[in-house]
Write a protein that binds this ligand. Sequence first.
Ligand SMILES: [Zn+2]
Length: 174
Amino acid sequence: MPSRLPDFVDPRRMADLEKVFSGCAAIVDLPRLAEVVLDADGGVELRLVFNREGGKRISITGFVRANLILECQRCLSPMAASVESQLNIALVNSAEEAERLPEHYDPLLLDEPRIRLLDIVEDELLLSLPQVPRHKEGECCSAVSQKAVQPAADFKGSDNRPNPFAVLSELKQR
Ligand SMILES: [Zn+2]
């Protein structure tokens, strides 16, 4: 059994120790994520590796991974989504420092001496969620789903209608 994650850590110390946290977090312990999933029973797999790059910059690498149940925005029924994100975070002390970071880093502003590990995990997962979760085309299934699909289909149809001004000009020509 992996040991429980500490809540808050001092990132400088963790980096000096080249500390690695790996294990699981419960979705119920990630309230912002729990709010957007339909089933908060599961867990999130994580690995956070603290390091000092070039003896200076503190970085957090690793990954977060979860199988989530989201609400399909087309049929409003549950859909499974595998979400995974590779971390490449650099701790910065100011916005200016964040701007100077090489592009492959995601800056994390360190405004307190300690950081909350679950916040990092939760932020990363929220950023990795599909913006508009939807079943693949044709995979929306329930009867409710068919109704929900209808307006979208109609809307699409209306896009293909001839431009009303074109019709008007036709009338004028008669
Ligand atoms: Zn659907």
